[in-house]
Design a binder for this molecule. Structure first.
Ligand SMILES: NC(=O)c1ccc[n+]([C@@H]2O[C@H](COP(=O)([O-])OP(=O)(O)OC[C@H]3O[C@@H](n4cnc5c(N)ncnc54)[C@H](OP(=O)(O)O)[C@@H]3O)[C@@H](O)[C@H]2O)c1
Length: 242
């Protein structure tokens, strides 16, 4: 059996990846986030709120259990939040920085740390995919926390891959940008105030002009990628290359 631990499977891209993988009966998915929306014999849900770090720490052992028949293990850090849209220094409560970093960086780092530690001795292929964003590669006004969190996930991915290389391990680590996808996150972006985000009209136009990819289309590309990682040498990858 191939085991996929995927965060954020209740909706959007994470749900689409899980549903695509579950079409193959050799795949088993462990979904981790607050809400459970998938019913399938090869799906198990672990409820967790990533903004509650002590609860995440306390429940990690329920996620990373021994999988005795595992032939391949994959961790997909997909859950993510945009946080409050607005300029730094213009009324944003300080605790909102912590919220975005907890969900987008601290928990993914804890999950990678635990995944590598628990399954270290298993001589089977292991892959980590962190869902990143173009927003981690250039600044976007109004999205400071989100841009910084995705830049952090890119650097975590690159550093961990380098460490695995030094240890002569076959573990592969990727930071994958999914493109612009029609999910709740995009709705949140389109609803924002132009005074707090100068590019809002561009995102409204993407929707009106049908330029958003569907979660299903992106989920199927990511599922293809997971079966073809041998074709990708770089840590930073994009669905545009798939
Ligand atoms: N959509 C895009 O255009 C786009 C572009 C670039 C990158 N991305 C990235 O793609 C990933 C998925 O985004 P999406 O568009 O599919 O977003 P989405 O539809 O809003 O889904 C977000 C997922 O994250 C989970 N999540 C949110 N807060 C959480 C929390 N406190 N604890 C645990 N899980 C939490 C949600 O589950 P619960 O609410 O059930 O907890 C949900 O399943 C994110 O990392 C995002 O940054 C998206």
């Amino acid at each position: 059996m191939n085991y996929y631990i995927i965060t954020g499977t209740s909706k959007g891209i994470g749900k689409a990846i899980a549903e695509e993988l579950l079409q193959d009966e050799n795949n088993f998915v462990i979904g981790v986030c607050r809400n459970s929306t998938i019913q399938h014999k090869n799906y198990r849900h672990q409820p967790l709120d990533f903004s509650d770090i002590p609860a995440v720490e306390h429940n990690l052992h329920k996620v990373f259990v021994p999988f005795k028949d595992a032939e391949r293990l994959v961790l997909i850090n997909n859950a993510g939040v945009l946080g409050d849209i607005g300029y730094v220094g213009e009324g944003m409560p300080n605790e909102r920085f912590e919220f975005v970093f907890d969900v987008n960086v601290i928990v993914p780092a804890m999950l990678m740390n635990t995944f590598l530690q628990v399954y270290q001795s298993l001589q089977i292929p292991k892959v980590i995919v962190n869902i990143s964003s173009g927003a981690g590669k250039y600044p976007i006004d109004g999205w400071a926390s989100y841009c910084a969190s995705k830049a952090a996930i890119d650097m975590l991915s690159q550093t961990i891959q380098q460490e695995q290389h030094v240890r002569a391990s076959d573990v592969r680590v990727y930071a994958l940008s999914p493109g612009v996808v029609d999910t709740a996150m995009q709705e949140h972006i389109r609803e924002s105030d132009a005074a707090k985000f100068s590019n809002v009209q561009r995102f409204r136009d993407y929707k009106e002009q049908g330029e958003l990819a569907s979660p299903e289309e992106v989920g199927s590309k990511i599922a293809w990628f997971l079966n073809n990682t041998d074709k990708f040498d770089e840590v930073i990858v994009s669905v545009r290359d798939m």
